[in-house]
Design a protein around this ligand. Structure first.
Ligand SMILES: Cc1cc2nc3c(=O)[nH]c(=O)nc-3n(C[C@H](O)[C@H](O)[C@H](O)COP(=O)(O)OP(=O)(O)OC[C@H]3O[C@@H](n4cnc5c(N)ncnc54)[C@H](O)[C@@H]3O)c2cc1C
Length: 433
């Protein structure tokens, strides 16, 4: 009998799992269950709005979604509309592909002040994720501090300093675009606790910072070593050499006519966010790197600013009905097997690391494990879920519904833009009615 599988989450790890299940050629049917009406997880809600080429991977996922034997239940949240225990009754296997949607905290005094936003929230806000529509950051400031030395930090800094024209061909949320373009932001500090060699930017993202229309990268040449030292793999060394070469070019970027600066600031760790109810400055302790780790030197300095965005990593939430490893912020699993017909893939399994493609092997492994563990299907699948949801008055969105929402977004785009994103779930549903 057909093996019925539910994949919870429609991000990369969910889609790679569906794809691997289909490619097996076995008698299998898969339903994707997604809490938002819109699919694709962080491809839509995380990847920067000006990196449309990266988002094109969604076209491949679309082919998977439209394949025979695949169903889509959007606007259905597991834990709210249906429990994992119920899904286990309906499906032979359940795959958790729910990502890591929360911010890792700095854990310093003042972090709860107004205008301090973790990057998950801030990125969600500018990418029109409905959860963050009410974030309402106050951008009436000339200085923003972004904490972190990875690609998400660069994304945030870049989106804050790009011009209206540079953002034309993007799908940034219109509310965020208006607020950022109206803002007097002039200086963005991107601060990392370690040095330029340890920074985790990829070279393409870093190079972009030297080619902006109205912004120059600022870097103290004194922090740049002559060459990459340390014990790195060949691959890492090559990346770091490229990054070092790029950073060495930054002081030569001509600032004439450019009104904004992104300051690459190294060897500093945040110790306190200062101000009244709202952030007014942030205090850092200077660090040095010993054996690859940053160590405080006791010397402090402050940067006055009106907004702080920690971009220091993501964290999963405990998922209702499955054991959670609080320390590592992932679901408890044995090489992907959670037990009792449940499997984990992507960021909820591995933690929030890697690029889109890093999720593919997880999907392939989960498919293999499912077929190792389950020889024959015995559960009812799709129709039973549809009936259960209908009985609860849950408005499930089909993939065809999403295509209508998609068409409504693309047809209302401003010239050059790929789409104008809906901001609320109600707006998305209204597009269908
Ligand atoms: C800001 C940012 C920018 C990035 N940019 C890039 C980039 O440019 N290039 C690159 O290669 N990688 C990038 N990445 C990494 C990439 O996005 C991740 O590797 C990938 O999205 C992880 O996939 P995932 O499926 O595990 O999680 P996600 O993409 O987060 O997908 C999880 C899905 O599960 C759904 N879900 C959660 N809970 C439930 C529930 N209870 N019920 C139903 N559904 C649920 C969510 O709504 C979501 O759709 C970026 C990541 C971030 C955070």
């Amino acid at each position: 009998m057909t093996i019925n599988v539910a994949v919870i989450g429609s991000g990369p790890s969910g889609f790679y799992t569906v794809d691997a299940l289909l490619k097996s050629g076995k008698d299998v049917r898969v339903d994707i269950i997604e809490r938002l009406p819109t699919p694709f997880g962080l491809i839509r809600g995380g990847v920067a709005p000006d990196h449309q080429t990266t988002k094109k991977v969604a076209r491949v996922y679309e082919k998977t979604a439209l394949s025979d034997g695949v169903g889509y239940f959007g606007n259905v949240e597991v834990g709210r509309d249906v429990s994992i225990a119920e899904l286990k009754e309906i499906y032979d296997a359940v795959v958790l592909a729910v990502g890591a949607p929360r911010d890792r905290k700095l854990g310093i005094p003042g972090e709860d002040k107004a205008n301090v936003f973790g990057s998950a929230d801030f990125v969600g806000w500018y990418n029109a994720h409905p959860d963050f529509k009410d974030l309402d950051p106050d951008l009436d400031t000339d200085t923003v501090v972004v904490i972190g030395n990875g690609n998400v930090a660069v994304d945030v800094a870049r989106v804050l300093v790009k011009t209206d024209e540079e953002m034309t061909e993007t799908d940034i949320a219109h509310h965020a675009h208006d607020a950022i373009q109206a803002s007097p932001i002039r200086d963005v500090y991107m601060v990392g606790r370690r040095g330029p060699i340890e920074a985790k930017f990829t070279n393409v993202e870093l190079r972009e910072m030297g080619k902006l229309d109205d912004c120059v990268p600022v870097i103290d040449p004194a922090v740049l070593p002559d060459e990459v030292e340390g014990d790195w793999s060949d691959r890492d060394r090559r990346l770091k050499e490229r990054n070092l070469a790029t950073m060495k070019e930054f002081p030569d970027v001509d600032p004439t006519g450019k009104s904004k600066r992104v300051h690459f600031t190294f060897y500093a760790m945040p110790v306190e966010i200062l101000g009244g109810d709202k952030v007014e400055a942030i205090r850092f302790e200077r660090t040095k790197v010993e054996n690859g780790r940053s160590v405080g030197t006791g010397e402090t300095f402050d940067i006055e600013c009106g907004m702080v965005i920690p971009a220091i990593g993501y964290f999963s939430e405990p998922f209702p009905g499955v054991p959670f490893d609080e320390q590592n912020g992932i679901v408890v699993h044995d090489d992907g097997r959670v037990g009792d017909g449940v499997y984990a893939v992507g960021w909820i399994k591995r933690g929030p690391t890697g690029v889109i493609g890093s999720n593919k092997p997880d999907g392939e492994q989960a498919a293999q494990q499912i077929f190792e563990d389950i020889a024959d299907g015995s559960k009812p699948g799709s129709e039973a879920l549809a009936n259960l949801l209908a009985g609860r008055d849950v408005r499930a969105i089909t993939y065809k519904d999403w295509q209508i929402i998609d068409a409504a977004e693309t047809s209302s785009a401003r010239p050059g833009a790929p789409r104008r994103k809906f901001i609320t779930v109600d707006e998305m549903i209204s597009a269908l009615d």
